[in-house]
Ligand binder design. Structure first.
Ligand code: PHE
Length: 336
């Protein structure tokens, strides 16, 4: 009988290696401690032994039973720690919902703008955010002391060697330097100006630039393209008007306004009682710009436009404060 106990102990120690979950654990518990186990039958047959043997075998059998119990308890505890639960898992319960991310409203607006211009033949082009004075100003016909620079206070880097671009217009130059006409590009991207943040200003914001150059481009083409854009973006009923303006790199230049989407043009606080909302700047490419990129201004003409993405998004989605886009407030962002 003592041999029998030794055998049970050895078999038990060998088989605990196979425990990998609560199911195999329970199987072993039944096998070694259950009613039909070798240990139980040893304990049952104690009565057939003589006094001395009974005491000895009984003691050993009980010690073995306690050892087995303790060992199984320990394994159960370890398994529980691994799975985080001591109870078995109900695999039929529904899972935890995964919350899906969304596009940021600015990204979404950029995509909407690009989706309108792409079918019109405009290809997306990008350029660096760290620019030189040459690409950001000089090549765009802003001479060093020109007052038009005042409107675009820049962040200078390395003592003025570089700056954070104040507009996406330098992409025009970079593309024209590398390609021969015809050119038709749309260039979304981030810009920086040294402005103090308030409801309508942010030192970091986004623009989308557009440029078309060919042998036969006229102001009417600009009007046609922009009216298509505005109607698709804001609705067919929206009116558009061009107001003469100034940009160094376009001539003539215009500021484009749309009839107020809040009051329909009657005049309200959003449109400053004018009935109109300015949405972008535009014009015909200045001959001086063509000269910088070695395009013949007698042969080629072109139009360019630029818009602030935040401005478009604020108007389209009725957002009253530009700062909301950058505060990572999920309650705000989830609405788009
Ligand atoms: N880059 C100009 C700005 O930021 C906008 C513009 C782009 C105007 C292209 C005309 C043509 O003010």
């Amino acid at each position: 009988m003592l041999n029998e106990l030794e055998k049970i102990k050895k078999e038990f120690l060998d088989s605990i290696e196979t425990i990998k979950d609560s199911k195999t654990l329970e199987e072993l518990r039944v096998k070694f401690l259950g009613r039909k186990s070798g240990l139980t039958s040893v304990l049952r047959s104690l009565g057939t032994l003589i006094q001395e043997e009974r005491v000895l075998v009984g003691q050993k059998a009980n010690v073995l039973r306690k050892d087995i119990e303790a060992r199984l308890e320990e394994i159960k505890h370890n398994l529980g720690q691994k799975t985080g639960k001591e109870v078995s898992i109900d695999h039929t319960l529904p899972g935890l919902p995964l919350s899906l991310g969304k596009e940021h409203p600015i990204t979404k607006t950029i995509r909407e703008i690009v989706d309108i211009f792409s079918p019109l033949g405009f290809q997306v082009a990008t350029g660096p955010e760290i620019e030189t004075d040459y690409y950001n100003f000089e090549a765009l016909n802003f001479p060093p002391e020109h007052p038009a620079r005042d409107e675009q206070d820049s962040f200078q880097l390395l003592g003025g060697k570089y700056l954070l671009r104040t507009q996406t217009s330098p992409v025009q130059i970079r593309v024209m330097e590398k390609t021969k006409p015809p050119v038709r590009i749309i260039s979304p991207g981030v810009c920086y100006r040294r402005d103090n943040p308030d409801a309508s200003h942010s030192p970091m914001f986004h623009q989308v630039e557009g440029l078309a150059v060919d042998t036969d481009i006229h102001f009417t083409d600009l009007k046609g393209v922009l009216s298509e854009f505005i109607h698709q973006m804001f609705g067919k009923e929206i009116k558009m008007r061009f107001v003469p303006s100034f940009f160094p790199f376009t001539e003539p230049s215009a500021e484009v306004a749309i009839s107020c989407i809040i009051c329909g043009g009657k005049g309200c606080s959003t449109c400053g009682r004018t009935g109109w909302l300015e949405v972008l700047g535009a014009g015909m490419v200045h001959p001086n710009v063509f000269k910088k990129v070695h395009y013949d201004p007698k042969k080629y003409t072109g139009f360019a436009f630029g818009m602030g993405v935040e401005r478009i998004a604020m108007l389209k989605y009725g957002v009253g404060d530009i700062r909301l886009f950058y505060q990572n407030n999920l309650q705000f962002l989830r609405q788009f």
